[in-house]
Write a protein that binds this ligand. Sequence first.
Ligand code: RFL
Ligand code: PHB
Length: 387
Amino acid sequence: MRTQVAIIGGGPSGLLLSQLLNRAGIATVVLERKSRDYVLGRIRAGVLETGLVNLLREAGAGARMDREGHLHDGCHLAQNGRMFRVDFREACGKQVMVYGQTEVTRDLYDAQDAMGATVIHEAEDVALHDLTGSPYVTWRDAAGEHRLDCDFVAGCDGFHGISRQAIPASVRTEFEKVYPFGWLGILSRTPPVEDELIYAAHDRGFALASMRNPALSRYYIQVPLTDRVEDWSDEAFWAEFRARMPEDVAARLVTGPSIEKSIAPLRSFVTEPMRWGKLFLCGDAAHIVPPTGAKGLNLAASDVHYLLEGLVAHYRGDGRGIDAYSQRALARIWQAMRFSWSLTTMMHRFPGASDYERRMQDSELALLERSATARQLLAENYTGLPY
Ligand code: RFL
Ligand code: PHB
Protein backbone atom coordinates (compact mmCIF):
# COMPACT_ATOMS: atom_id res chain seq x y z
CA MET A 1 0.00 0.00 0.00
CA ARG A 2 1.19 3.55 -0.69
CA THR A 3 0.00 7.01 0.36
CA GLN A 4 1.39 10.54 0.57
CA VAL A 5 1.05 11.15 4.31
CA ALA A 6 0.81 8.28 6.82
CA ILE A 7 -0.89 9.54 9.99
CA ILE A 8 -0.27 7.66 13.23
CA GLY A 9 -3.16 8.14 15.69
CA GLY A 10 -6.88 8.70 15.10
CA GLY A 11 -7.42 11.25 17.86
CA PRO A 12 -8.41 14.84 17.13
CA SER A 13 -5.05 15.92 15.68
CA GLY A 14 -4.70 12.92 13.35
CA LEU A 15 -8.28 13.13 12.10
CA LEU A 16 -8.23 16.92 11.61
CA LEU A 17 -4.95 16.73 9.70
CA SER A 18 -6.24 13.86 7.57
CA GLN A 19 -9.48 15.66 6.80
CA LEU A 20 -7.76 18.94 5.81
CA LEU A 21 -5.06 17.19 3.73
CA ASN A 22 -7.68 15.17 1.85
CA ARG A 23 -9.62 18.32 1.08
CA ALA A 24 -6.40 19.82 -0.29
CA GLY A 25 -6.02 16.78 -2.60
CA ILE A 26 -3.27 15.08 -0.55
CA ALA A 27 -3.79 11.38 0.16
CA THR A 28 -3.57 10.02 3.72
CA VAL A 29 -3.98 6.80 5.68
CA VAL A 30 -4.76 7.04 9.41
CA LEU A 31 -3.57 4.18 11.65
CA GLU A 32 -5.25 4.02 15.08
CA ARG A 33 -4.39 1.48 17.77
CA LYS A 34 -7.81 1.43 19.42
CA SER A 35 -11.36 0.84 18.18
CA ARG A 36 -13.50 3.80 17.16
CA ASP A 37 -15.83 3.25 20.12
CA TYR A 38 -12.88 3.35 22.49
CA VAL A 39 -11.60 6.62 21.04
CA LEU A 40 -15.11 8.12 21.25
CA GLY A 41 -15.49 6.97 24.86
CA ARG A 42 -12.76 9.30 26.15
CA ILE A 43 -14.02 12.43 27.91
CA ARG A 44 -11.46 15.20 27.61
CA ALA A 45 -11.38 18.86 26.63
CA GLY A 46 -14.37 21.15 26.29
CA VAL A 47 -13.20 24.64 25.31
CA LEU A 48 -12.32 25.45 21.68
CA GLU A 49 -10.42 28.54 20.55
CA THR A 50 -11.46 30.44 17.42
CA GLY A 51 -8.51 28.92 15.52
CA LEU A 52 -9.80 25.38 16.05
CA VAL A 53 -13.40 26.43 15.39
CA ASN A 54 -12.33 27.87 12.03
CA LEU A 55 -10.25 24.79 11.14
CA LEU A 56 -13.25 22.52 11.83
CA ARG A 57 -15.40 24.65 9.54
CA GLU A 58 -12.66 24.62 6.88
CA ALA A 59 -12.51 20.83 7.25
CA GLY A 60 -16.26 20.58 6.53
CA ALA A 61 -16.77 19.24 10.07
CA GLY A 62 -18.15 22.32 11.82
CA ALA A 63 -21.90 22.22 11.13
CA ARG A 64 -22.98 20.36 14.30
CA MET A 65 -20.58 22.42 16.43
CA ASP A 66 -22.17 25.60 15.04
CA ARG A 67 -25.64 24.24 15.88
CA GLU A 68 -25.00 22.62 19.24
CA GLY A 69 -21.89 24.34 20.63
CA HIS A 70 -22.14 27.39 22.87
CA LEU A 71 -20.14 30.59 22.41
CA HIS A 72 -18.93 32.03 25.70
CA ASP A 73 -18.11 35.71 26.14
CA GLY A 74 -16.32 35.30 29.48
CA CYS A 75 -15.58 33.15 32.51
CA HIS A 76 -15.59 33.56 36.30
CA LEU A 77 -12.65 33.44 38.69
CA ALA A 78 -13.28 32.75 42.38
CA GLN A 79 -11.03 32.99 45.40
CA ASN A 80 -12.14 31.57 48.73
CA GLY A 81 -15.76 32.48 48.03
CA ARG A 82 -15.34 35.82 46.22
CA MET A 83 -16.13 35.70 42.51
CA PHE A 84 -15.55 38.08 39.62
CA ARG A 85 -15.95 37.83 35.87
CA VAL A 86 -13.45 38.18 33.05
CA ASP A 87 -15.30 39.51 30.00
CA PHE A 88 -13.34 38.19 26.98
CA ARG A 89 -15.30 40.30 24.51
CA GLU A 90 -14.65 43.48 26.43
CA ALA A 91 -11.01 42.57 27.17
CA CYS A 92 -9.91 41.40 23.71
CA GLY A 93 -12.95 41.19 21.43
CA LYS A 94 -12.94 37.37 21.28
CA GLN A 95 -15.00 34.38 22.44
CA VAL A 96 -14.51 30.65 22.96
CA MET A 97 -16.73 27.75 21.84
CA VAL A 98 -17.84 25.23 24.46
CA TYR A 99 -18.17 21.89 22.59
CA GLY A 100 -16.72 18.59 23.80
CA GLN A 101 -13.64 16.92 22.32
CA THR A 102 -15.69 13.72 22.06
CA GLU A 103 -18.12 15.52 19.73
CA VAL A 104 -15.28 17.08 17.72
CA THR A 105 -13.79 13.61 17.23
CA ARG A 106 -17.16 12.13 16.26
CA ASP A 107 -17.75 14.91 13.70
CA LEU A 108 -14.29 14.35 12.23
CA TYR A 109 -14.89 10.58 11.91
CA ASP A 110 -18.20 11.30 10.17
CA ALA A 111 -16.49 13.76 7.80
CA GLN A 112 -13.73 11.24 7.05
CA ASP A 113 -16.35 8.55 6.32
CA ALA A 114 -18.25 10.93 4.04
CA MET A 115 -15.18 11.54 1.87
CA GLY A 116 -14.17 7.89 1.88
CA ALA A 117 -10.87 8.49 3.70
CA THR A 118 -8.93 5.47 4.97
CA VAL A 119 -8.91 5.13 8.77
CA ILE A 120 -7.59 1.77 9.98
CA HIS A 121 -8.52 0.83 13.56
CA GLU A 122 -6.99 -1.68 15.94
CA ALA A 123 -3.60 -1.40 14.22
CA GLU A 124 -1.13 -3.07 16.57
CA ASP A 125 2.65 -2.77 16.85
CA VAL A 126 2.81 0.23 14.52
CA ALA A 127 6.49 0.88 13.68
CA LEU A 128 8.14 3.65 11.65
CA HIS A 129 11.03 2.88 9.29
CA ASP A 130 13.65 4.75 7.23
CA LEU A 131 12.44 8.17 8.36
CA THR A 132 15.42 9.98 6.84
CA GLY A 133 15.19 8.08 3.54
CA SER A 134 12.13 6.43 1.93
CA PRO A 135 9.77 6.15 4.89
CA TYR A 136 7.35 3.30 5.49
CA VAL A 137 5.13 2.13 8.32
CA THR A 138 4.39 -1.43 9.38
CA TRP A 139 1.66 -2.81 11.66
CA ARG A 140 -0.28 -5.93 12.49
CA ASP A 141 -4.00 -6.67 12.76
CA ALA A 142 -6.35 -9.63 12.65
CA ALA A 143 -5.63 -10.01 8.91
CA GLY A 144 -1.85 -10.17 9.39
CA GLU A 145 1.19 -7.94 8.77
CA HIS A 146 0.98 -4.79 6.65
CA ARG A 147 3.31 -2.22 5.10
CA LEU A 148 2.48 1.33 4.01
CA ASP A 149 4.99 3.35 1.96
CA CYS A 150 4.67 7.12 2.12
CA ASP A 151 6.32 10.51 1.53
CA PHE A 152 5.86 11.69 5.14
CA VAL A 153 4.73 10.42 8.52
CA ALA A 154 2.66 12.59 10.87
CA GLY A 155 3.03 11.38 14.47
CA CYS A 156 -0.36 12.26 16.00
CA ASP A 157 -0.35 9.37 18.48
CA GLY A 158 -0.55 11.26 21.76
CA PHE A 159 1.76 11.36 24.75
CA HIS A 160 2.10 7.56 25.04
CA GLY A 161 2.52 6.94 21.30
CA ILE A 162 5.54 5.54 19.47
CA SER A 163 6.30 8.42 17.08
CA ARG A 164 8.25 10.60 19.49
CA GLN A 165 10.43 7.62 20.46
CA ALA A 166 11.28 7.11 16.77
CA ILE A 167 13.39 10.28 16.93
CA PRO A 168 16.86 9.29 18.23
CA ALA A 169 17.36 10.37 21.87
CA SER A 170 20.53 12.22 20.83
CA VAL A 171 18.43 14.54 18.64
CA ARG A 172 15.64 15.21 21.16
CA THR A 173 15.57 17.71 24.00
CA GLU A 174 12.73 17.17 26.47
CA PHE A 175 11.36 19.67 28.98
CA GLU A 176 9.09 18.48 31.76
CA LYS A 177 7.33 19.70 34.87
CA VAL A 178 5.19 17.31 36.90
CA TYR A 179 2.70 18.90 39.32
CA PRO A 180 2.18 17.32 42.75
CA PHE A 181 -1.59 16.84 42.26
CA GLY A 182 -4.22 15.68 39.77
CA TRP A 183 -7.76 16.58 38.75
CA LEU A 184 -10.69 14.35 39.62
CA GLY A 185 -13.37 14.99 36.99
CA ILE A 186 -16.97 13.91 36.76
CA LEU A 187 -19.59 14.17 34.07
CA SER A 188 -23.23 14.30 35.20
CA ARG A 189 -26.60 14.70 33.51
CA THR A 190 -27.43 17.82 35.49
CA PRO A 191 -27.86 21.46 34.40
CA PRO A 192 -24.57 23.41 34.74
CA VAL A 193 -24.44 25.51 37.91
CA GLU A 194 -23.51 28.64 35.91
CA ASP A 195 -23.80 29.77 32.27
CA GLU A 196 -20.03 30.28 32.04
CA LEU A 197 -17.05 28.37 33.46
CA ILE A 198 -15.97 29.00 37.06
CA TYR A 199 -12.29 28.57 37.96
CA ALA A 200 -12.15 28.55 41.77
CA ALA A 201 -9.05 28.84 43.98
CA HIS A 202 -9.77 27.72 47.53
CA ASP A 203 -7.83 26.78 50.66
CA ARG A 204 -9.17 23.23 50.23
CA GLY A 205 -7.81 23.12 46.65
CA PHE A 206 -8.81 24.16 43.14
CA ALA A 207 -12.22 23.42 41.59
CA LEU A 208 -13.63 24.00 38.10
CA ALA A 209 -17.25 24.14 37.00
CA SER A 210 -17.56 23.43 33.28
CA MET A 211 -20.22 22.01 31.01
CA ARG A 212 -20.95 20.27 27.73
CA ASN A 213 -24.52 21.47 27.13
CA PRO A 214 -27.50 22.79 29.13
CA ALA A 215 -28.21 19.29 30.46
CA LEU A 216 -24.67 17.98 30.94
CA SER A 217 -22.13 19.28 33.47
CA ARG A 218 -18.40 18.64 33.76
CA TYR A 219 -16.87 19.40 37.17
CA TYR A 220 -13.36 18.97 38.52
CA ILE A 221 -11.54 19.17 41.85
CA GLN A 222 -7.82 19.15 42.63
CA VAL A 223 -6.84 15.93 44.45
CA PRO A 224 -3.55 14.49 45.78
CA LEU A 225 -1.73 12.22 43.31
CA THR A 226 -2.15 9.34 45.74
CA ASP A 227 -5.98 9.43 45.51
CA ARG A 228 -7.71 6.78 43.42
CA VAL A 229 -11.09 7.14 41.68
CA GLU A 230 -12.45 4.32 43.88
CA ASP A 231 -11.73 6.51 46.93
CA TRP A 232 -14.29 9.08 45.74
CA SER A 233 -18.01 8.30 45.96
CA ASP A 234 -20.28 10.71 44.08
CA GLU A 235 -21.47 12.07 47.45
CA ALA A 236 -17.91 12.79 48.57
CA PHE A 237 -17.17 14.52 45.27
CA TRP A 238 -20.24 16.77 45.47
CA ALA A 239 -19.53 17.70 49.10
CA GLU A 240 -15.94 18.66 48.30
CA PHE A 241 -16.87 20.51 45.12
CA ARG A 242 -19.56 22.48 46.96
CA ALA A 243 -17.13 23.43 49.74
CA ARG A 244 -14.73 24.99 47.21
CA MET A 245 -17.35 27.05 45.33
CA PRO A 246 -18.69 30.45 46.46
CA GLU A 247 -21.70 30.00 48.76
CA ASP A 248 -24.36 31.25 46.35
CA VAL A 249 -23.02 28.96 43.61
CA ALA A 250 -22.91 25.98 45.99
CA ALA A 251 -26.53 26.70 47.00
CA ARG A 252 -27.63 26.51 43.33
CA LEU A 253 -25.71 23.34 42.48
CA VAL A 254 -27.84 20.48 41.17
CA THR A 255 -26.20 17.10 41.84
CA GLY A 256 -26.84 13.68 40.35
CA PRO A 257 -25.10 10.39 39.63
CA SER A 258 -21.79 10.62 37.76
CA ILE A 259 -21.76 9.04 34.30
CA GLU A 260 -17.95 9.26 34.06
CA LYS A 261 -15.34 9.76 36.75
CA SER A 262 -11.58 9.83 36.26
CA ILE A 263 -8.35 11.28 37.63
CA ALA A 264 -5.80 12.97 35.36
CA PRO A 265 -2.33 13.90 36.63
CA LEU A 266 -1.12 17.42 35.75
CA ARG A 267 2.03 17.71 33.70
CA SER A 268 3.81 20.06 31.31
CA PHE A 269 6.01 18.46 28.65
CA VAL A 270 7.65 19.62 25.42
CA THR A 271 9.98 17.79 23.05
CA GLU A 272 12.15 19.66 20.56
CA PRO A 273 12.45 19.54 17.59
CA MET A 274 9.04 18.44 16.27
CA ARG A 275 10.48 17.29 12.94
CA TRP A 276 13.05 14.63 12.20
CA GLY A 277 13.66 13.71 8.55
CA LYS A 278 10.24 12.86 7.08
CA LEU A 279 8.53 12.60 10.49
CA PHE A 280 6.48 15.45 12.00
CA LEU A 281 5.06 15.33 15.52
CA CYS A 282 1.66 16.91 16.15
CA GLY A 283 -0.40 17.49 19.32
CA ASP A 284 0.09 15.51 22.53
CA ALA A 285 2.81 13.40 20.84
CA ALA A 286 5.05 16.48 21.18
CA HIS A 287 3.65 18.38 24.15
CA ILE A 288 1.33 18.20 27.16
CA VAL A 289 -0.08 21.05 29.22
CA PRO A 290 -2.00 20.93 32.51
CA PRO A 291 -5.72 21.31 31.68
CA THR A 292 -6.10 24.57 33.65
CA GLY A 293 -5.69 26.79 30.59
CA ALA A 294 -7.81 24.53 28.30
CA LYS A 295 -4.95 24.52 25.80
CA GLY A 296 -4.17 20.82 25.02
CA LEU A 297 -6.62 20.29 22.18
CA ASN A 298 -6.16 23.84 20.92
CA LEU A 299 -2.40 23.39 20.61
CA ALA A 300 -2.98 20.18 18.68
CA ALA A 301 -5.06 22.28 16.28
CA SER A 302 -2.40 24.96 15.77
CA ASP A 303 0.19 22.26 15.04
CA VAL A 304 -2.19 20.85 12.41
CA HIS A 305 -2.56 24.32 10.92
CA TYR A 306 1.21 24.85 10.54
CA LEU A 307 1.83 21.32 9.25
CA LEU A 308 -1.03 21.54 6.76
CA GLU A 309 0.34 24.81 5.36
CA GLY A 310 3.81 23.29 5.10
CA LEU A 311 2.68 20.09 3.37
CA VAL A 312 0.37 21.87 0.92
CA ALA A 313 3.23 24.22 -0.02
CA HIS A 314 5.63 21.26 -0.34
CA TYR A 315 3.41 19.51 -2.88
CA ARG A 316 3.32 22.79 -4.84
CA GLY A 317 7.11 22.84 -4.89
CA ASP A 318 7.90 25.12 -1.93
CA GLY A 319 9.67 23.35 0.95
CA ARG A 320 10.00 26.34 3.26
CA GLY A 321 6.82 25.59 5.22
CA ILE A 322 7.85 22.08 6.31
CA ASP A 323 11.36 23.32 7.10
CA ALA A 324 9.87 26.01 9.37
CA TYR A 325 7.20 23.72 10.91
CA SER A 326 8.97 22.86 14.15
CA GLN A 327 10.02 26.43 14.88
CA ARG A 328 6.63 27.96 14.06
CA ALA A 329 4.68 25.40 16.08
CA LEU A 330 7.03 25.59 19.07
CA ALA A 331 6.86 29.39 19.28
CA ARG A 332 3.11 29.18 19.90
CA ILE A 333 3.42 26.09 22.11
CA TRP A 334 5.81 27.82 24.53
CA GLN A 335 3.42 30.75 24.88
CA ALA A 336 0.60 28.35 25.78
CA MET A 337 2.99 26.50 28.14
CA ARG A 338 3.67 29.76 29.95
CA PHE A 339 -0.02 30.60 30.19
CA SER A 340 -1.04 27.13 31.44
CA TRP A 341 1.78 27.15 34.01
CA SER A 342 0.89 30.62 35.32
CA LEU A 343 -2.84 29.83 35.62
CA THR A 344 -2.08 26.46 37.24
CA THR A 345 0.35 28.08 39.68
CA MET A 346 -2.10 30.85 40.59
CA MET A 347 -5.14 28.61 41.15
CA HIS A 348 -3.90 25.43 42.91
CA ARG A 349 -2.89 24.65 46.48
CA PHE A 350 0.68 23.32 46.41
CA PRO A 351 1.67 20.96 49.23
CA GLY A 352 4.27 22.69 51.41
CA ALA A 353 3.72 26.18 49.94
CA SER A 354 4.88 29.00 52.24
CA ASP A 355 2.58 31.78 53.50
CA TYR A 356 4.49 34.10 51.19
CA GLU A 357 3.68 31.95 48.14
CA ARG A 358 0.02 31.85 49.19
CA ARG A 359 -0.07 35.66 49.38
CA MET A 360 1.47 35.84 45.89
CA GLN A 361 -1.39 33.70 44.56
CA ASP A 362 -3.98 35.91 46.27
CA SER A 363 -2.27 39.01 44.90
CA GLU A 364 -2.30 37.66 41.35
CA LEU A 365 -6.05 37.11 41.58
CA ALA A 366 -6.57 40.52 43.18
CA LEU A 367 -4.63 42.07 40.30
CA LEU A 368 -6.95 40.40 37.81
CA GLU A 369 -10.02 41.65 39.66
CA ARG A 370 -8.67 45.21 39.83
CA SER A 371 -6.87 45.68 36.51
CA ALA A 372 -8.42 45.69 33.03
CA THR A 373 -4.87 45.35 31.64
CA ALA A 374 -4.33 42.11 33.58
CA ARG A 375 -7.71 40.78 32.40
CA GLN A 376 -6.82 41.66 28.81
CA LEU A 377 -3.66 39.58 29.04
CA LEU A 378 -5.58 36.63 30.50
CA ALA A 379 -8.36 36.93 27.92
CA GLU A 380 -5.95 37.12 24.96
CA ASN A 381 -4.21 33.95 26.07
CA TYR A 382 -7.33 32.06 27.15
CA THR A 383 -9.24 32.72 23.92
CA GLY A 384 -6.11 31.81 21.94
CA LEU A 385 -3.14 33.63 20.44
CA PRO A 386 -3.37 34.13 16.66
CA TYR A 387 -1.80 31.48 14.39
P1 RFL B 1 -4.84 11.99 21.60
O1 RFL B 1 -6.19 12.50 21.80
O2 RFL B 1 -4.15 11.35 22.75
O3 RFL B 1 -4.91 10.97 20.39
C1 RFL B 1 -3.84 10.14 20.06
C2 RFL B 1 -4.38 8.91 19.39
O4 RFL B 1 -3.28 8.06 19.01
C3 RFL B 1 -3.60 6.71 19.34
N1 RFL B 1 -2.36 5.98 19.53
C4 RFL B 1 -1.83 5.16 18.59
N2 RFL B 1 -2.25 4.81 17.38
C5 RFL B 1 -1.50 3.94 16.68
N3 RFL B 1 -0.33 3.40 17.15
C6 RFL B 1 0.13 3.73 18.38
N4 RFL B 1 1.27 3.20 18.85
C7 RFL B 1 -0.63 4.64 19.16
N5 RFL B 1 -0.48 5.19 20.38
C8 RFL B 1 -1.52 5.99 20.60
C9 RFL B 1 -4.44 6.82 20.61
O5 RFL B 1 -5.25 5.66 20.79
C10 RFL B 1 -5.25 8.08 20.32
O6 RFL B 1 -6.48 7.79 19.69
O7 RFL B 1 -3.85 13.12 21.05
P2 RFL B 1 -4.15 14.36 20.04
O8 RFL B 1 -4.93 13.90 18.87
O9 RFL B 1 -2.85 15.03 19.86
O10 RFL B 1 -5.14 15.30 20.84
C11 RFL B 1 -4.72 15.99 21.98
C12 RFL B 1 -5.86 16.12 22.98
O11 RFL B 1 -6.52 14.87 23.13
C13 RFL B 1 -5.33 16.56 24.33
O12 RFL B 1 -4.45 17.65 24.19
C14 RFL B 1 -6.41 17.02 25.28
O13 RFL B 1 -7.46 16.12 25.42
C15 RFL B 1 -5.73 17.21 26.65
N6 RFL B 1 -6.69 17.19 27.69
C16 RFL B 1 -7.43 18.29 27.88
N7 RFL B 1 -7.21 19.39 27.09
C17 RFL B 1 -7.94 20.49 27.24
O14 RFL B 1 -7.75 21.45 26.49
N8 RFL B 1 -8.92 20.52 28.22
C18 RFL B 1 -9.18 19.44 29.02
O15 RFL B 1 -10.06 19.47 29.85
C19 RFL B 1 -8.42 18.28 28.88
N9 RFL B 1 -8.66 17.18 29.64
C20 RFL B 1 -6.89 16.04 28.48
C21 RFL B 1 -7.90 16.06 29.45
C22 RFL B 1 -6.11 14.89 28.31
C23 RFL B 1 -6.29 13.74 29.09
N10 RFL B 1 -5.41 12.63 28.91
C24 RFL B 1 -4.44 12.62 27.83
C25 RFL B 1 -5.25 11.56 29.78
C26 RFL B 1 -8.13 14.92 30.21
C27 RFL B 1 -7.34 13.78 30.05
C28 RFL B 1 -7.70 12.59 30.92
C1 PHB C 1 -13.69 20.81 30.43
O1 PHB C 1 -14.84 21.23 30.21
O2 PHB C 1 -13.44 19.59 30.43
C2 PHB C 1 -12.61 21.77 30.72
C3 PHB C 1 -12.83 23.12 30.53
C4 PHB C 1 -11.83 24.03 30.81
C5 PHB C 1 -10.61 23.59 31.28
C6 PHB C 1 -10.38 22.23 31.46
C7 PHB C 1 -11.38 21.32 31.19
O3 PHB C 1 -9.64 24.49 31.58
